[in-house]
Design a binder for this molecule. Structure first.
Ligand code: GSH
Length: 203
């Protein structure tokens, strides 16, 4: 197999790398450069016509995309430690929090990135006023998560899971685009310090 990766700060491929690091698994990887437009190259579009990373090409040529699907595949191949839950309710909670993180934090963050940031101004038509309307949505979602983390070590379960991985990569990408954790969110900040201290966070 071959994992099509992009280096930091790209948050989606990093999620897969963190999951693999937690499991102590390494797979062949190749880096695709986002800034140089390699995602739109003929060679890469032949791998993923959607022009996004991550992508995982299997030995028979089939290509998996969508970060959580790739993570789920690796979790099934290498079940320890489990990242998607250990019983029906645990799995459902992890799925719920992963979706909440992606939709409530990831979506406004992506809109801020696409519509306000100078890096993306070169490649997309920006609607700055729309982009700015997403900042309060991001902060509201961060506050929701902050409240939930009061008294909890991890976001969705009693151990580190894909929900924590999703949140970590989104919070770090938010920091990269000048949207750090606001100072009045101590539980989110403490959780971030804890999970950032895990060796896998270096991935
Ligand atoms: N839904 C996809 C999103 C992947 C994604 O947005 N990847 C970013 C890099 S972190 C990308 O390829 N961006 C370039 C683009 O969308 O044109 C997934 O979950 O894997």
């Amino acid at each position: 197999m071959l994992f099509y990766n992009a280096p930091n700060p790209a948050p989606n491929p990093r999620r897969v790398r963190i999951l693999l690091a937690e499991k102590g698994v390494s797979v062949p990887m190749t880096d695709i450069s986002i800034p140089t437009g390699e995602l739109r190259s003929e060679a890469f579009l032949a791998v993923n016509p959607l022009g996004q990373v991550p992508a995982l090409q299997l030995d028979d040529g089939e290509v998996l995309t969508e970060t959580v699907s790739i993570c789920r595949y690796f979790d099934a191949l290498h079940p320890e430690p489990p990242m998607f839950g250990t019983d029906p309710l645990d799995s459902a909670r992890i799925c719920m929090w992963t979706r909440r993180v992606e939709l409530r934090l990831g979506t406004p963050l992506s809109m801020i990135w696409q519509h306000t940031h100078p890096f993306t101004a070169r490649v997309v038509q920006q609607h700055k006023e729309f982009g700015e309307t997403n900042r309060p949505k991001l902060h509201e979602a961060m506050r929701f998560v902050d409240g939930h983390l009061d008294g909890r070590e991890f976001l969705a379960s009693d151990c580190f899971t894909i929900a924590d991985i999703a949140l970590l990569t989104i919070i770090d990408f938010a920091g990269f685009i000048d949207e750090p954790i606001p100072g009045d969110m101590p539980h989110l900040k403490a959780w971030h310090d804890r999970v950032s201290a895990r060796p896998s966070a270096q991935a």
